[in-house]
Design a protein around this ligand. Structure first.
Ligand code: GLU
Length: 425
């Protein structure tokens, strides 16, 4: 038995990076690409781990572990968010960084893929502690970052304020203001109109295209949304505005259910005030863990990875699964959903609206000229619908499901660039 097989036979946690590699291998096997070339583009180019001492409010200091992975710089600078979460590991960040490479290639924007993370629990840290952690993380990794090198953005538990601190720290070291080193910044610091909503809006654009393709009408559909953060709340709101009846919503604290449809506009206001959705008067409470199995047409997992697995995939009732989160469906669960006829809109397509508007933000920062929200949305709409059509075409031509098709499109785009650039030796 190899070490790898032995590790798999004992109860080890899922490797999310292994999941991405499985997705990659399945798509690569459909393409005619040399093995060495596939190996070159499959693994992260550079993974960095830093130990970060941070002064806490009580005068003590604590050590944190931070990561930045640059998966690919073939098509442009590394691009991807930074996550603050107690469960962050190198394995997870490597997985998230590779999904960024494929995501940027699917929507055809000139970036590679990267991701960062710090293992910490932001809910137990003060604003000052979070600021010092963010600045120390940025300072320690400063040689990696830059508008032409590697451009962070928000992800789980990081936001506009985090990006402002990163931008300021980087700029203080550069001795000049460099807005284009991060995206997802506040508007007044060179952020883009529409960036905060972009991921959720993009999710709904892909759902709308899927409904069209499947011949379903939005106003006759119901939806369940797992997660009410930056992605889930906006996706729920725009589904509601599209005429879909959003019957189930959950966040980390609990679930809401209203068979007549939840008034998402009101829930957004409630959640902004109470910091969670529990207690909202316009719906009944239900066990949020059950949301994946809700009897709805559209399911939007918009929380964390590895939610729909080989153990529970057979219980999913939705016709469409729109992956607002990165990696919510494991590769072993995919065939079960396909077998059931579920139309899965894969993460690297479905949630690519965020990084697409990040690209617009980077472009605007570099020009020093800013677009209206309307301009941004028209451009986002165009990129997302083209990407959906590109992927659907490959899926239909090759008789494969959308995830495989999305990876095929992305891998081919990266390979085309490698072939032109050549291998430097
Ligand atoms: N964190 C987001 C994602 O997973 C956005 C990344 C970005 O804008 O660079 O796609």
């Amino acid at each position: 038995m190899t070490l790898h097989e032995r590790l798999k036979s004992v109860d080890v946690p899922v490797s999310t990076f292994e999941n991405v590699m499985k997705q990659f291998d399945q798509a690569a096997s459909k393409l005619n690409i040399a093995r060495e070339l596939l190996e070159f583009i499959k693994y992260p180019r550079r993974s960095t781990i830093v130990k970060l001492p941070v002064q806490m409010d009580d005068g003590s200091f604590r050590m944190f572990t931070g990561y930045r992975v640059q998966h690919s710089i073939v098509r442009g600078p590394a691009k991807g968010g930074i996550r603050f979460h107690p469960d962050v590991t190198l394995d997870e960040v490597q997985a998230l960084a590779s999904w960024m490479t494929w995501k940027c290639a699917v929507v055809n924007i000139p970036f590679g893929g990267g991701k960062g993370g710090v293992a910490c629990d932001p809910s137990k840290m003060s604003r000052g502690e979070l600021e010092r952690l963010t600045r120390r993380y940025t300072a320690d990794l400063i040689d990696l970052f830059g508008p032409e090198r590697d451009i962070p953005a928000p992800d789980v538990n990081t936001n506009e304020q985090t990006m402002a601190w990163i931008m300021d720290t980087f700029s203080m070291h550069e001795r000049t203001t460099v807005t284009s080193v991060v995206t997802g910044k506040p508007l007044v610091l060179g952020g883009s109109a529409g960036r905060r909503e972009a991921t959720g809006v993009g999710v709904v654009i892909t759902v709308r295209e899927a409904l069209k393709h499947l011949g379903l009408e939005a106003s006759r559909c119901t939806a369940a949304v797992q997660g009410f953060g930056n992605v889930g709340s906006v996706a729920a709101l725009y589904l509601h505005r599209l005429g879909v009846k959003v019957t189930h919503i959950s966040d980390v604290y609990g679930g809401l259910y209203n068979p007549g449809g939840i008034d998402v506009e009101e829930l957004v206001k409630y959640a902004a005030k109470h910091k969670n959705i529990v207690g909202f008067a316009g719906a009944n409470a239900f066990d949020g863990d059950q949301i994946l199995f809700a009897d709805v047409d559209i399911l939007v997992p918009a929380a964390l990875e590895n939610q729909i697995t080989v153990e529970n995939a057979s219980r999913v009732k939705a016709k469409i699964v729109a992956e607002g989160a990165n990696g919510p469906v494991t590769p072993d669960a995919d065939p079960i959903l396909v077998e059931k006829g579920v139309f899965v809109i894969p993460d690297i397509l479905c949630n690519a609206g965020g990084v697409t508007v990040s690209y617009f933000e980077w472009v605007q920062d570099r020009m020093g000229y800013f677009w209206s929200e309307e301009d941004v949305l028209v451009r986002l709409e165009k990129i997302m619908t083209y990407a959906f059509q590109d992927v659907l075409k490959v899926a239909l031509e090759n008789k494969v499901h959308l995830r495989l098709a999305a990876f095929m499109v992305a891998i081919q785009r990266v390979v085309d660039v490698v072939m032109l650039r050549g291998i430097y030796a």
